[in-house]
Design a protein around this ligand. Structure first.
Ligand code: N01
Length: 548
């Protein structure tokens, strides 16, 4: 943090935003448009959020670049994506480009990690404290913390005794890490591990992958974009956004338009799955059968197709068997996209250890010890996931009316209305908090931020300065979110540690963390509230001006 930053921290602004990733930057642009004074506090030294911290080898999106961005007409025409699924550096550069283009970087204080946020009932003010003791006050408090920003710490004894290097994919250092000629371990085979593994395998002397649950990994089928493709997208960007906003996951895709029962011949089903596999990534989920996460038979057929692919690709039958997911439906854990993932296990310098039957017991001076034996490593990489969705909120001591703590209020799991607000925490707005839509995140952020802009305007026009959801609307939404979840095959992921429910973190209360009714369904819900005077929220006004 610069001296200039330090000197200017004790300010009051209309609004304060935590985070300078997609959500924080987009919110600053909205606040600027509304003419409100604003500051954003960001723990990192640059913008990017998720794309600042997750700079592990191979990190890239699995949303297609042309829809993993904001629908600003000027930016759409100026920015050129180089790949179908851009890498971490390019996405971070894009967020920086947007921040500079709208001139909001000057509102961001980097190197400030927020530790507490306290609401003062008497003067309707939030006080935000950072880890270096600085305090900021504001009327409107926004969190843009990201769903996946608190990595799970390696849960093993002996971490300090290990003499080699230890990395977490979710907290990757800025300096290049060189694995050349080293003996490397990767623990975890979720989306992060799956992207890291092929890259490390290419240079390491030996890579050992420690897998607890085999995943259903789709080939990303990433490729460079050419000028002709970019021109085509830019010539009708409105059509891209129109499709994305009407798509269940916020992607510019058409629904498959068929259910499992619409196709009676197995060979034809296989042809459809084959096409999905060739198109790659989420095209397999959303362009094969529309009942993939609703109908067990549809899901079983998809899962079996993927298992067959694994057996075809992986040469050693024993390794193929270990990599084959069983016992939980496809998509009930977030399915990753990879590049050469299964192929990597055909390399001579890669081996796979099943830690479900042979768990890791501890780290040792020279490596790690499983129940069966000890392994020696120079480097251990933990790709063991995140305390998702609520982790970052609970890490901050947030206190609302009468000093009630958010983590105590959410002791049994989060309760929000629309994933935006929670009762007792006036003017605290979560940009995609718990129970907001599970979908392509920039598309959801865009709509939520627009909605928040309208809410602030509504308050201003009606002479209100305080807004929070009602307890009734919040209870109804929480119930609705659970109902929708239970209509799908997703609950089966719980026993396989799905982070959708918090089931990946020992001791974390189980609650559905997302609205799974689709992006379009979510947009209808938030619009319904906004167009009925923000139904489900209550408004008030401080009787005496605070004098600020
Ligand atoms: O984390 P995960 P992630 N001992 O929780 C294992 C997004 N993302 O960082 O399945 C041993 O999915 C765990 O095993 P199990 C994306 O939304 C997106 O990979 O619990 N192993 C699992 O294999 C994604 O879903 C992108 O049995 C342990 C792995 O570690 C989300 O982030 C890229 C363990 C954790 O997998 C999280 O992905 C990367 C333990 N104690 C991430 N604890 C893209 O857009 C956990 N594991 C491309």
């Amino acid at each position: 943090m610069s001296d200039q930053d330090k000197a200017s921290t004790s300010t009051h602004t209309d609004a304060l935003v935590i985070g300078a990733g997609f959500a924080g930057v987009r919110m600053l642009i909205e606040l600027q448009k509304l003419g409100l004074s604003a500051v954003a506090l960001e723990a990192g030294t640059d913008v990017g959020g998720t794309w600042y911290w997750n700079r592990y080898p191979g990190a890239r999106t699995d949303s297609e670049s042309w829809s993993y961005c904001f629908p600003f007409p000027e930016i759409e025409q100026e920015w050129d994506w180089s790949e179908r699924y851009p890498g971490q550096e390019e996405v971070q550069r894009y967020i920086g480009f947007v921040a500079d283009r709208f001139d909001v970087r000057r509102h961001i204080r980097f190197g400030h990690r927020v530790t507490a946020a306290t609401y003062d009932d008497a003067d309707n003010t939030w006080t935000i404290t950072t880890d270096d003791g600085n305090q900021f006050t504001c009327t409107y408090f926004f969190t843009g913390l990201g769903h996946l920003s608190v990595p799970q710490e390696p849960p093993y004894e002996g971490l300090d005794s290990f003499n080699g290097e230890v990395y977490l994919t979710g907290r990757w250092p800025k300096e290049k890490v060189d694995f050349t000629g080293k003996r490397v371990a990767v623990v975890g085979t979720g989306a992060s591990g799956i992207q890291t593994i092929p890259h490390v395998a290419e240079v390491a002397e030996h890579l050992t992958v420690f897998q607890r649950t085999p995943n259903y990994v789709m080939p990303a089928q990433n490729h460079d974009l050419d000028d002709e493709f970019r021109r085509k997208i830019k010539s009708d960007y409105a059509a891209v956004w129109n499709k994305a906003r009407n798509h269940v996951f916020g992607f510019p895709m058409d629904p498959a338009g068929r259910m499992y029962d619409d196709v009676e011949i197995d060979a034809e089903r296989d042809r459809i799955f084959e096409e999905g596999w060739r198109n790659g990534g989420f095209h397999f989920v959303f362009e094969t059968f529309d009942d993939l996460i609703l109908d067990q038979r549809s899901n079983d057929a998809a899962a079996e197709f993927i298992r067959k692919k694994i057996r075809e690709i992986v040469e050693d039958p024993e390794t193929a068997e270990l990599l084959t997911p069983r016992g939980y439906p496809y998509v009930s854990k977030r399915p990753p996209s990879g590049t050469n993932y299964y192929e990597t296990f055909n390399r001579d310098n890669v081996s796979l250890v099943d830690i479900r039957t042979n768990p890791i017991e501890a780290l040792t001076t020279n490596g790690l010890r499983t129940r069966e034996r000890e392994y020696e490593f120079d480097v251990i990489i933990f790709a063991t996931g995140f305390d998702a969705v609520t982790g970052a909120l609970n890490n901050i001591d947030i206190r609302g009316e009468r000093g009630v703590g958010l983590s105590e209020y959410w002791a049994a799991g989060p309760e929000t209305y629309l994933g935006i607000g929670t009762p007792g925490f006036p003017n605290m707005f979560m940009i995609c908090g718990p129970q907001s839509a599970y979908a392509n995140i920039p598309v959801i952020i865009e709509k939520v931020v627009e909605w928040l802009g309208r809410a602030l305007t509504y308050m201003n026009e009606h002479g209100y300065d305080r807004m929070q959801p009602t307890a009734e609307a919040t209870a109804r939404w929480t119930e609705h979110v659970a109902e929708i979840f239970n209509m799908t095959l997703l609950p089966s992921g719980e026993s396989f540690n799905s982070w959708y429910l918090g089931a990946n973190i020992p001791g974390k209360p189980r609650r559905v963390l997302f609205y799974f009714g689709g992006a379009a369904g979510y947009f209808q819900e938030i619009e319904k509230s906004a167009s009925h005077d923000f139904e489900g929220f209550e408004f008030s006004r401080l009787p005496v001006a605070s004098g600020r």
